[in-house]
Ligand binder design. Structure first.
Ligand code: A3P
Length: 308
């Protein structure tokens, strides 16, 4: 490929800059195939995140919320109890179209629940132009970076080329993170959510943590599947939140010892699930440097992050 490329801390791979988005080669193939072939349906619901922003959590919430009639949450054989949410809500470019594959959507029922890390600019045109709903989840950049650093070290087979946290951080600050630059990804969806509030719902990990009930109801309203008074009385909202909580999901047998169909261990997607863990790892200078970048990049956007 002739695209601009850089060596980056992502498992020592090159990352390629495609339409402003930094991607490893395998995912680049997935993005290209998806752009060329994916036909969005108006009823599709697509979760978009920057990697390590809480995708696993929101996939679980979305799946449980949308399918609560088909799979009543109080039942013992609920799919989320035996499968990881990444197998229930696949990524377009990382699973369905990875390596240029042509996916079979015949087993999907409507609404199709899908996910992606693609930037708004790289989304297939049929997603951008249709009434397909996008749920965007973002997380503060310090916790996102720390979560990513752990994840990459965790899934790495060869540790001889490991980089220090400081070197990785320098790359992150240059925008060289998976699906980075972090700020461009967030800002583009933030702007879309303001211009088209019926198309893009912008959620923040820290806000859901602080007021889970409020945000789950917001999500249900946005997706036009509001909770009935009866459901609220029966505790359905609380039960969905309990079922999708970090403690519940991370302790399930499937997530302790199971693997995804793509091969990764499910447990790699559950670490601490907290806000503010960055403080354990960030030196004062690192924190100040990122604060400075974030201030510059988000100036005038009215968007601010919660760090504790
Ligand atoms: P930490 O590494 O900070 O613990 P993603 O799903 O986008 O890969 O993000 C993974 C992050 O979400 C990890 O963060 C993980 O622990 C956290 N996470 C996973 N499941 C969660 C849940 N049910 N509730 C809250 N956080 C969760």
């Amino acid at each position: 490929t002739t695209l601009p490329k850089e060596r980056s801390w992502i498992a020592s791979h090159y990352v390629y800059n495609y339409q402003g988005l930094w991607l490893i080669e395998r995912h680049l193939g997935g993005v290209l195939a998806c752009q060329q072939q994916f036909q969005a349906q108006e009823s599709d619901i697509i979760l978009v995140t920057n990697p390590k922003s809480g995708t696993t959590w929101l996939k679980s919430l979305l799946f449980t919320l949308i399918n609560r009639k088909k799979y009543p949450i109080f039942e013992q054989d609920h799919p989320l109890l035996v499968k990881n949410s990444h197998d229930l809500v696949p990524f377009l470019e990382l699973n369905l179209y990875v390596d240029g594959q042509v996916p079979d959507f015949s087993s999907f029922t409507s609404p199709r629940l899908l996910a992606t890390h693609m930037s708004f600019a790289t989304l297939p045109k049929s997603i951008q132009d249709s009434k397909t709903k996008l749920v965007y989840l973002c997380r503060n950049p310090k916790d996102t970076f720390i979560s990513m650093w752990h994840f990459i070290n965790n899934i790495k087979v060869d540790h001889t080329d490991s980089k220090s946290i400081e070197e990785c951080f320098d790359d992150f600050c240059k925008g060289l993170s998976p699906c980075g630059p972090f700020w461009d990804h967030v800002l583009d969806y933030w702007k879309e959510s303001i211009e088209k509030p019926n198309k893009v719902l912008f959620l923040m990990y820290e806000e859901i943590k602080a007021q889970p009930k409020l945000h789950l109801k917001r999500l249900a309203e946005f997706l036009e599947c509001q909770f009935s008074i009866e459901e609220e009385k029966c505790g359905v909202v609380d039960e969905i939140l309990r079922m999708c909580s970090f403690d519940n999901l991370s302790n399930l047998e499937v997530n302790r010892n199971g693997k995804l169909s793509s091969g990764e261990e499910n447990k790699a997607y559950f670490r601490k699930g907290e806000v503010g863990d960055w403080k354990t790892y960030f030196a004062k200078e690192m924190s100040e440097k990122l604060d400075h970048i974030i201030k510059q990049k988000f100036q005038g956007s009215q968007l601010s992050f919660l760090y504790i």
